[in-house]
Structures are given as structure tokens and as C-alpha cells.
Design a protein. Structure first.
Length: 257
């Protein structure tokens, strides 16, 4: 059983809860090891199509790196798949939603930025404050935030380490949707339910095409690439089932194969 997180499966939905509320869900090396395995299992499980990651309690999604553990001589560093086993996982094409309750600081914000959708409670706050403690947001923050909201606005956050409330995050563009205080997970479930109405093969083709296409500067070239997930979608049962269900005026029975 996981020690530093909780994993729940509801049909095709996996919910991962960072579970170190005594340190505002800050993560240390043992937690990264555990979470790497959790995400490996989610990626490999054909019955799990969408994931939500959130934090235990109402104070924090994650305060980031456990600096006290590090200062006390605990083992430093991440796992190969990055902070929380997620920030360097560039080949996960199942969608992941961050349900942010409370603070998402440093590595905690980087976890959220590594997700496809960020749902933030009204009391959520975001920051990349690493320069204030002699560090830098190198678990993807310095790269993902400028790509998400533009360079100048991202620099305004990264070079000051300032705290950004949820509503400003929504206006800046890194928050997908807002939820009432205490309601981030419930809202994330609604978004997950909408995704689960779609073909999982189509969802993965969409995510892979969008993410890998962003790395190609020329639009015409990105448009012409035969992405692996698109090929799998076109050869799947879902590719046949979708139009058939539409013509028969019924809900499709997705197989994810």
C-alpha cells in the first residue's frame, strides 16, 4: 500500500491524492519513488483512462520540495520521471487533471503545470518561489509556464517568486477553471466525466498530437506528422464504434482498443 499518497479507482478514473498533510503535502525522495510507481501503473492499466491528482486536506495541493527533509540530510533528487513521478513524464498520453486545493508552490505548481487541465479552488495560490531559497524551478516550471502564459507574464512570476491567487491564474491562462473553496476535486470530477464520454483513443491522439506538435516550429510540418496515437486511433475499434453509435443515435461503447 502507498505510504505517501492515496490511490482510488472509480471505473475508468484514477484519483491520486498526495498524502503528507503534516508538511502541506511537500514531497521528498521516498514520495517521488512511490509516485513514479503509481503513474507507471496508471499508464500501463488499460482500464484506467483519466487521472486526477490532488492534495490531502484543504490547506495545500503541495508545498513542493520538502526542504526540511533535505536540510536534515535526507536523500536529495528526483526520480527519472521527475517531481512526483510526473514532471518529466513526456510519454503519458492519458489525460491528467490537477485539482488544486490551497497552495501549489514550487514543485507543487510544477506538478499542476505538468497536468493537462488545472482546476483551482478560489482559495488556491500558485508560485515558483525557488529563487527566494537559492534554487530554480527546474522540474519544468521555467519551461512550462512561459509556454502556457507567454514569456513576459511568466517572467513576472518567476523572477519575483510572488504568490498568484487562483482568479489571477485563471486570467493569466494557466488555470482552466475555478471552483468554490473546497470544491476543486468535485469540479475536476465533472471535467473527468466529460472526458470519459469521449473515445479514449481519440483523447490520446489529441493529447499526443498537441503536445508533440508544439515542439515543431513549422505548422505545416506539425500538421503532416503521423503521430503514433493517431495511427492507433485510426486502427481501433473505437474509430468504427463512434460513427456507428452516432448514426444509431445511441451512446458509444468505447473499448480503448
Amino acid at each position: 500500500m502507498p505510504e505517501f499518497c492515496k490511490v482510488e479507482r472509480e471505473g475508468h478514473l484514477t484519483i491520486v491524492t498526495l498524502n503528507r498533510p503534516e508538511v502541506m503535502n511537500a514531497l521528498h525522495y521516498p514520495a517521488h519513488l512511490e509516485l513514479e510507481q503509481v503513474w507507471n501503473e496508471f499508464d500501463a492499466d488499460p482500464d484506467q483512462w483519466v487521472a486526477i491528482v490532488t492534495g490531502a486536506g484543504d490547506r495545500a495541493f503541495s508545498a513542493g520540495n520538502d526542504l526540511k527533509f533535505q536540510a536534515a540530510g535526507g536523500k536529495r533528487g528526483f526520480v527519472a520521471s521527475g517531481f512526483a513521478g510526473l514532471t518529466s513524464r513526456f510519454n503519458l498520453f492519458k489525460p491528467v487533471i490537477a485539482a488544486v486545493n490551497g497552495v501549489a508552490m514550487g514543485g507543487g505548481f510544477e506538478i499542476a503545470l505538468a497536468c493537462d487541465i488545472i482546476i483551482a479552488a478560489e482559495n488556491a495560490k500558485f508560485a515558483l518561489p525557488e529563487p527566494r531559497v537559492g534554487l530554480a524551478a527546474l522540474a519544468g516550471g521555467v519551461h512550462r509556464l512561459p509556454r502556457t502564459i507567454g514569456l513576459k507574464r511568466a517572467m513576472g512570476m518567476m523572477l519575483t517568486g510572488r504568490h498568484v491567487p487562483a482568479r489571477e491564474g485563471y486570467e493569466l491562462g494557466f488555470v482552466t477553471a475555478l471552483a468554490p473553496e473546497g470544491g476543486a476535486l468535485a469540479e475536476a470530477r465533472k471535467w473527468a466525466a466529460q472526458i470519459l464520454e469521449c473515445s479514449p483513443m481519440s483523447i490520446r491522439a489529441t493529447k499526443q498530437s498537441a503536445m508533440q506538435g508544439l515542439a515543431i516550429a513549422d505548422l505545416a510540418t506539425a500538421y503532416k506528422v503521423d503521430y503514433d496515437a493517431v495511427i492507433r486511433m485510426r486502427n481501433s475499434q473505437d474509430f468504427i464504434e463512434g460513427p456507428k453509435a452516432f448514426s444509431e443515435k445511441r451512446k458509444p461503447n468505447w473499448k480503448a482498443e
